[in-house]
Write a protein that binds this ligand. Structure first.
Ligand SMILES: Cc1cc2nc3c(=O)[nH]c(=O)nc-3n(C[C@H](O)[C@H](O)[C@H](O)COP(=O)(O)O)c2cc1C
Length: 178
């Protein structure tokens, strides 16, 4: 299978997730091209599956991915496509936050016209050591408020790597469905 993975990241974790997916798919002998959404990725035509990953910040996905998806939604809607929204909410067990995340994701999809076959919400990371002072302060306050991790001298990765391995299996099944 020929797979395009396009990612948008602000602090780098969605790139790590996308590289992981790429490696897992390559282990199963698929051909994978990995693109940063800010670097003018090629159109989706010619690929069997397109995976698009983006992280959410203050309720919004990155503009680079929004532009790509909007420009190519007609082609994307005729193919097998997977959306991987990355967030901290996906690591939380709070229905109010989840409803908000689902609404923000739905709004993004309505705005761009994209209808992914599969949406796989994925827990991201709190990368305190990589944030600047203001971001570290802000994220500590937000995390503290929801009873989350707040030791800013270290990073916290909440991503479930087994879940992502299963995404590669799901992708193979989608492709087999035809
Ligand atoms: C400034 C800031 C704002 C964020 N806003 C949200 C948010 O609105 N909802 C959410 O679930 N996660 C939010 N997050 C968590 C990020 O989605 C999470 O850290 C993710 O792993 C970032 O991925 P990236 O490193 O690829 O940008 C925010 C993180 C930061 C630093």
């Amino acid at each position: 299978m020929k797979i395009s993975i396009i990612y948008a990241t602000t602090e780098g974790h969605t790139r790590t997730i996308s590289e992981f997916l790429s490696n897992e798919a390559q282990k199963l002998n698929h051909i994978v091209d990995l693109f940063d959404a800010t670097l003018n990725p090629p159109p989706p035509e010619g690929y069997d599956v397109v995976i698009i990953a983006a992280s959410i910040h203050a309720g919004k996905y990155q503009a680079s991915v929004e532009h790509y998806v909007r420009d190519h939604h007609i082609a994307l809607n005729q193919m097998k496509t997977i959306f991987i929204p990355v967030s901290l909410t996906a690591a939380a067990n709070e229905s109010e936050l989840w409803n908000e995340l689902k609404k923000q994701t739905e709004d993004f999809l309505i705005m761009t016209g994209w209808k992914p076959v599969l949406i796989e919400h994925t827990a991201g990371a709190l990368l305190y050591t990589k944030y600047d002072f203001l971001k570290r302060f802000l994220m500590r306050v937000i995390s503290n408020r929801s009873g989350g991790d707040s030791d800013a001298s270290r990073d916290y990765i909440y991503t479930d790597w087994d879940q992502l391995k299963k995404v590669v299996e799901k992708m193979e099944n989608l492709h087999a469905e035809k």
